[in-house]
Every structure is written in structure tokens, then in C-alpha cells.
Design a protein around this ligand. Structure first.
Ligand SMILES: Cc1ncc(COP(=O)(O)O)c(C=O)c1O
Length: 414
């Protein structure tokens, strides 16, 4: 048994994280995380909370007042939204095009929803008309839809769905963990009622907090379910008419009270994660959302040109790929691809991902997100992949990957 005395201080190896996330964190964000604690009701700290609301309204492109953080990884944001929106027995429509659609269905069912799923093959997305038809047929109380499903690297088009949800009286929720700020996503224009995300992909922050935004319609629906826990109920408190939200930690009605001017105590805000979320949003907004998305598109284009020139095949519907992660079909000679992945990590310090379920051992996933999304990293990745492929029985044409990527950059530099 290891004695605690023999355990050394943490000293993680330098890596280039080019998997499906988490990715390398912006140095500014790491610095923000090492700044001092403040008490959670210190006016300076509550001032930072108010700034978070402003910053994330801009990140989500919304006027929604209720825009704040749920402590926990992105899954906490999903669970908070779905558990707070779905009342027991509510019908919930979940279109599934990858692993994270399954996750939404699982969470919706645990929240007591009567879940109806529709499915397409992994690597495809729905025509929005298919989802509109299912909405009109089932008239669900909630539509829960992933925007970018990291497991398949696909991005679902949302056009027209917000309007259909209004027509069918449906609250429209989306998980944008994988896609936000690397792909266009305008919460208000799309007519969404609830959206959650994470920092660890295109925003290049650490995993551990989940920004959330709620329309007034969603906020009113949740407020009607408010049952404040004993010991902190304010004078004159009247509980909501709706059924109590089944989770305490992820009860958005109580979390909203904490983020309101009332500052009604709930959990202790995760101070360092709030600092990270603050600085990640500042970095993204300083660059600008459009330039940030354009950078993700260009980098993926260069990476994909390089991979294709090396004789590799890309995975999934080419018209609906996310611009921050690329699926590559593992060549037969590389078996399940794990030996090559280990060589990329151990010999070159570069992490790339595999996938889940039907795609495990079938595709590699290469992320070009946030701080990692840069020309130098594309070239490093292609050069290392070329070397490791050669050691695994695949011989790409000499320099083809690097040259093709350079050519993409040359087009835009002219
Ligand atoms: C699309 C999507 N949704 C949800 C999650 C869950 O996020 P977390 O692991 O931070 O809880 C992930 C994580 O990779 C994701 O890619």
C-alpha cells in the first residue's frame, strides 16, 4: 500500500489536448483561477456574479435576464434544466443522433418525464422538418435537443423549431456543451427556452461549471415550482403551486433566488470556477463571437484537408459537421486505433480521442477547440499522425497532410 508520505506533489505532464474535450485552458483563465477567495456574499463577489450574467448573455446571444452558472460539470446544467422544467408525467421529446441524446433521454426519464425518442443513425442529423412533425404529433411539454453531439461530431440544424415549439406549447431546451462559441448559436433568434453549456470545449476553460440561460417563459414555469428549503425561508414566504423540483442541489428555482438581488443562500458558489467562467467569457468576447467561429472553421478546414490528403476518410454527414471536432475513420491496418492513440500521447504528447457505443474503436475524434484551435497545433498534429500511421501499417504520401493544410492557410493569407 502506498504511504501518503510517498505521494508526490501533482506535476501533470505537458500535453496538447486535441481530443473531444477538455482542451488546454487559456493561460489567462488559469491565472484567474489562482486569484484569492472572497466570501460568497462579499459585495465584490456578488458584483462578479452580476458580471457573469452580463458576460453570458453575450456568449449565449440572448436578452434573457436569467443567465447564470450551475455548479458542477456540464451534465449538472443539463440535469438542472431538465429536472426543473419537467414535471412528473410530462411528455418529453428527445431526438437522438448520438450518445448525448441518450443522456438527455435518461435524465428526462429520471426527472419523471414520459419520454418519446426519435433516432437517426450516428453520423447523421435530423432534417428539422422531422422534429417539427414529431412535435406536432406528440405535443410534448418539453423538447430536449443536443446541438452538437461530440460522440458523432455532428451539429443539428435548429431552423424553425422555436416557432413550432410556440405553436405546440412546448418548452425548448438544448445542450450546447460541445458547440457553443465554435459554431453559430443565437439563443433568442432560435427561440430557445433553456440552454446549458460547459467551459471545457470551445471556451477553453476547465470542466466544473455550467452556464445556463432561461427565457422568461421557462423562468416563470420554474418559479411556480419553488419550494424553499426549511431554515432559510424568508418572512411572508408562499410556496409555488407546482410540484416541488425533485433535486435540491440542482433546483433552479432556489438557485435563481441565490442569483437574484435577494441572494438567498443555497450552495456555496464554486469561487474559482466562477473566476474561470468570468475570464473564459472575457477571452471569447474580446476576440468576438464571429471571429472565434471563423477561427474554428478555418482550423477544421485545414485539419480536414490534411487528413484527407493523407488518404484518411472523414466520418459523418459532411454538411453537418461541427467546426471544432473531426471524426476520422480508423484505417483497418490500425485495428481499434488504441495503439496509435497511445503513441500519439506517449511519443508526441498529443491526446486525440476515440468514441463511444457503435463508434468505439471505429473513429478517432480530433478536437481543434478554443486555445488549441491554432495553425501550429494542426501542423503538429498532422506531422505526428503521419509518423504514427507509418508505424502502424499505413503510409500516407510524403508530406501530403502538412502541404494540404499549408495550402488552406495560404488561401486565406493571400
Ligand atoms: C454534448 C455534450 N453534452 C454533455 C456533456 C457532459 O459534460 P460533462 O462531462 O462536463 O458533465 C458532454 C461532455 O463531453 C458533451 O460533449
Amino acid at each position: 500500500m502506498t504511504h501518503p508520505r510517498d505521494i508526490k506533489t501533482l506535476d501533470p505532464s505537458p500535453r496538447l489536448l486535441m481530443g473531444p474535450g477538455p482542451v488546454d485552458v487559456y493561460p489567462r483563465v488559469l491565472r484567474a483561477m489562482s486569484t484569492p477567495m472572497l466570501g460568497q456574499f462579499d459585495p465584490e463577489f456578488t458584483g462578479f456574479m452580476s458580471e457573469i450574467m452580463v458576460l453570458y448573455r453575450n456568449v449565449f446571444q440572448t436578452q434573457n435576464h436569467w443567465t447564470f452558472l450551475v455548479d458542477g460539470t456540464a451534465r449538472a446544467g443539463i440535469e438542472a434544466c431538465l429536472s426543473s422544467l419537467i414535471q412528473p408525467g410530462d411528455k418529453v421529446l428527445v431526438p437522438m443522433f448520438g450518445r448525448f441524446g441518450h443522456l438527455l433521454a435518461e435524465i428526462a426519464s429520471r426527472a419523471g418525464g414520459d419520454v418519446v425518442t426519435i433516432e437517426v443513425d450516428w453520423g447523421q442529423v435530423f432534417d428539422p422538418g422531422q422534429i417539427a412533425d414529431a412535435l406536432r404529433q406528440h405535443k410534448p411539454q418539453v423538447l430536449a435537443l443536443v446541438h452538437g453531439d461530440t460522440s458523432t461530431t455532428m451539429a443539428q440544424p435548429f431552423e424553425g423549431l422555436g416557432a413550432v415549439c410556440r405553436e405546440t406549447g412546448t418548452l425548448f431546451y438544448s445542450d450546447t456543451t460541445a458547440s457553443l462559441t465554435g459554431n453559430p448559436f443565437h439563443v433568442d433568434e432560435l427561440g430557445l427556452d433553456a440552454v446549458s453549456t460547459g467551459l471545457q470545449k470551445c471556451m477553453a476553460g476547465p470542466p466544473g461549471t455550467s452556464p445556463v440561460t432561461l427565457s422568461d417563459r421557462a423562468a416563470d414555469h420554474i418559479a411556480a415550482r419553488k419550494h424553499i428549503e426549511g431554515g432559510i425561508r424568508p418572512d411572508g414566504y408562499v410556496q409555488g403551486n407546482g410540484p416541488r423540483i425533485s433535486t435540491n442541489y440542482l433546483d433552479l428555482a432556489m438557485i435563481m433566488d441565490y442569483w437574484s438581488d435577494k441572494r438567498l443562500n443555497h450552495h456555496t458558489e464554486a469561487t474559482s470556477m466562477l473566476y474561470a467562467a468570468h475570464e473564459s467569457a472575457r477571452v471569447v468576447l474580446e476576440e468576438g463571437l464571429e471571429p472565434c467561429i471563423a477561427r474554428h472553421r478555418l482550423t477544421s478546414r485545414a485539419l480536414r484537408a490534411g487528413l484527407t490528403a493523407m488518404g484518411l476518410s472523414l466520418f459523418g454527414d459532411p454538411d453537418h459537421r461541427m467546426s471544432n471536432v473531426t471524426g476520422v475513420i480508423i484505417p483497418d491496418a490500425c485495428g481499434n486505433g488504441e495503439k496509435l492513440r497511445a503513441e500519439m500521447l506517449n511519443d508526441f504528447g498529443i491526446e486525440i480521442g476515440t468514441s463511444f457505443g457503435p463508434l468505439a474503436g471505429k473513429i478517432w475524434r480530433i478536437g481543434t477547440m478554443g486555445y488549441v484551435c491554432r495553425k501550429a497545433n494542426v501542423l503538429r498534429c498532422l506531422a505526428s499522425l503521419d509518423a504514427t500511421l507509418r508505424r502502424n501499417g499505413v503510409t500516407p504520401p510524403a508530406n501530403a497532410g502538412i502541404d494540404a493544410a499549408y495550402n488552406v492557410y495560404a488561401e486565406v493569407d493571400q
